[in-house]
Design a protein around this ligand. Structure first.
Ligand code: AMP
Length: 272
């Protein structure tokens, strides 16, 4: 991959990278389309990255289907699929990790303390292997986006980071590879995540400024679903990811909820 990247760069070809863990859906494919606007050759990486999973998480069961992914990526306009082996990425001698501080300790970082260290490590490695000019990530993983942008600035990566909007099912559920774990009944329950975000948006639109009242309303809506177990509902400053005391400026409303087996996340940005 590095040789290929060097060759492309020597010819003045712009490389776009779309990192994924595979089991592709329309959300992933939208990132490829975004990348195509900014680069000549699109590389999609497909790698279920063990270092971003906690010990009791779903690394082993994470859905995988390379042949289907390859066909979908090709139709979306992807030129190269980078599909490395685990032992190639993390050989037995492996010792190095990249860690962004502070903003990785809140939201998802509370229940997944090693997750972002795994994300930044694999993304840093992918940047060094694929040598992209542009890399595209989804707003669906809002905290990940912030953490990667921080890493790119702090480590002086000469890479443009593009953030693509969250792609949703018709009823509003954010597309996710983990939605495949949901039973039909849980799939119906899962729509409450988006509905609660929309309700928060509506309340703010109508003048509500009490964060506690908004969060409680969201909590009550979600708790009506029998299989929902809330990890967090937070309303934070988009720049710092710190809880807001007063609702002003640009805020991120983010949540993580287990619906049966999968832990699903979603978010919206609201301008108050
Ligand atoms: P994943 O394979 O889940 O690690 O996701 C790979 C990339 O796709 C990340 O940048 C995600 O933010 C992005 N992504 C996942 N789901 C969506 C979605 N529904 N809409 C937009 N981007 C998404």
């Amino acid at each position: 991959m590095q040789e290929q990247a060097n060759l492309l760069r020597s010819r003045g070809t712009r490389i776009g990278l779309v990192p994924t863990m595979g089991y592709l859906h329309e959300g992933h494919l939208s990132l490829v389309r975004e990348a195509k606007k900014k680069a000549d050759i699109i590389v999609m990486s497909i790698f279920v990255n063990p270092t971003q999973f906690g010990p009791n998480e779903d690394f082993k069961n994470y859905p995988r289907d390379f042949d289907r992914d390859a066909a979908l990526a090709k139709t979306a306009g992807c030129d190269i699929i980078f599909y490395p082996d685990h032992c190639e990425v993390y050989p037995a001698s492996y010792l190095t990790y990249v860690e962004v501080e502070k903003i990785t300790r809140v939201l998802c970082g509370l229940s997944r303390p090693t997750h972002f260290r795994g994300v930044t490590t694999i993304v840093a490695k992918l940047f060094n292997i694929v040598k992209p000019h542009v890399a595209v990530f989804g707003q669906k993983d809002a905290q990940q986006v912030m953490v990667i942008k921080r890493m790119v600035t702090d480590l002086n990566y000469d890479i443009e980071i593009i953030i693509a909007p969250t792609i949703r099912e018709k009823d509003g559920l954010a597309m996710s590879s983990r939605n495949s774990y949901l039973s039909p009944d849980q799939r119906a329950q899962a729509v409450v995540l988006y509905q609660s975000l929309m309700e928060a948006n509506r309340m703010i639109d109508e003048g509500e400024r009490d964060i506690g009242i908004i969060k409680n309303t969201m909590r009550a809506m979600i708790e009506q679903q029998p299989d929902a177990v809330i990890d967090y509902i937070e309303i934070v400053d988009t720049a710092t990811l710190e809880s807001q005391r007063k609702l002003t400026g640009e805020v991120l409303i983010a949540l993580a909820v287990k619906i049966g087996k999968p832990r699903l996340i979603d978010n919206i940005i609201v301008h108050v």
